[in-house]
Design a protein around this ligand. Structure first.
Ligand code: GLU
Length: 316
């Protein structure tokens, strides 16, 4: 018998959750639960500078308001970073990662931003210079970051919604950071190691992370970790075609909750725009029978004025 899948919700407490998050989290929950799977909650709080005070409590309240639950206690990513530490040490020891003392400004000055992305490609300036972080710091007086050595070639994978994808990580971002100069573990490393160590084998999340999936696959290979299966769901855009993350707080779940909106209307909206037929107000559990993630597609969903007005009128 096949083991039950393990999925996860992985919010970052760095800003307010919005309707796009609600849809991604509901899809992740439906996908796991409709197939007898487990779902974990991991709060991605490693970026100390961006974590907002009180945001973790707000995230938990927003998720509970939507009617979502999870298995076990929420896992705070910052609570135990020993596996991340160990992974970085192993990669450096194997020659797969190296210390880098370049500042952000220096990297920006030497490499042109990649077309259409706000990321720059790292040209490998610090490759092969020092054997350890301590050596790099002694030689330069700077605390180093750690970068993964990325060999040329495309990384391929098949996404459950976006289909076959191929990314040339070396040509687009180059050797990427796995630990920052301030000591914080980078998202790509943390997500890869923490998914693996908690047994997560299915990941449902926003399509903005598709290029990251290629970096994570590269890291999984280097660390000898299994590849989870991926389903990247379309982002939610407002009527002007803007990503909700770029808008002010007006579509934040907290705002809707505090305005007395019925969360069941939000759940029904998320289900319907994901082509899962349902009544106008439903709980997450009501959508489970017949749920099929494939119907959601990976194209963006537009929250037009009419749909928004309907939501805002749905008082509890
Ligand atoms: N914490 C990330 C975010 O909120 C999601 C990471 C992931 O699902 O891999 O965007």
């Amino acid at each position: 018998m096949l083991a039950a899948p393990i999925g996860r919700l992985a919010p970052s407490p760095t800003g307010r959750l919005h309707l796009g998050h609600a849809r991604s989290f509901l899809l992740a929950w439906w996908h796991a639960r409709s197939r007898g799977g487990r779902i974990l909650l991991r709060i991605e709080d490693l970026d100390r500078e961006r974590v907002k005070p009180g945001a973790i409590e707000v995230v938990l309240r927003d998720l509970a308001w939507l009617g979502l639950d999870w298995d076990g206690e929420p896992l705070l990513q910052s609570a135990d970073t020993s596996a991340l530490e160990h992974a970085v040490d192993r990669l450096i020891a194997a020659g797969d990662a190296y210390p880098c003392v370049c500042t952000r400004a220096e990297v920006a000055a030497i490499s042109a931003p990649h077309a259409g992305e706000d990321e720059t490609r790292y040209p490998g300036t610090c490759r092969d210079k020092w054997r350890s972080c301590a050596d790099a710091e002694r030689a330069t007086g700077r605390k180093p970051a750690v970068r993964l050595r990325v060999e040329p070639g495309t990384i391929e994978f098949v996404d459950g919604l976006a289909g076959p994808r191929a990314y040339d990580v070396a040509a687009t971002v180059g050797d990427f950071t796995i630990r920052r100069r301030d000591g914080a573990f980078a998202y790509q490393l943390a997500v890869t190691v923490d998914d693996a160590r908690t047994g997560v084998d299915e990941v449902v999340r926003g399509a903005d992370l598709l290029p990251s999936a290629a970096r994570q696959k590269f890291l999984q290979r280097r660390l000898g970790l299994p590849h989870p299966r991926w389903w990247h769901v379309g982002l939610v855009l407002d009527a002007d075609g803007q990503r909700l993350a770029k808008r002010r707080g007006d579509l934040a779940l907290t705002t809707l909750r505090e305005a007395g909106i019925d969360p069941r209307a939000v759940v029904a909206w998320a289900a319907r725009v994901s082509r899962q037929p349902c009544e106008e107000r439903v709980t997450p559990g009501d959508v489970l029978p017949g749920f099929q993630i494939e119907r959601a597609g990976c194209e963006p969903v537009v929250l037009d004025r009419e749909a928004l007005d309907r939501l805002l009128a749905a008082r509890a």
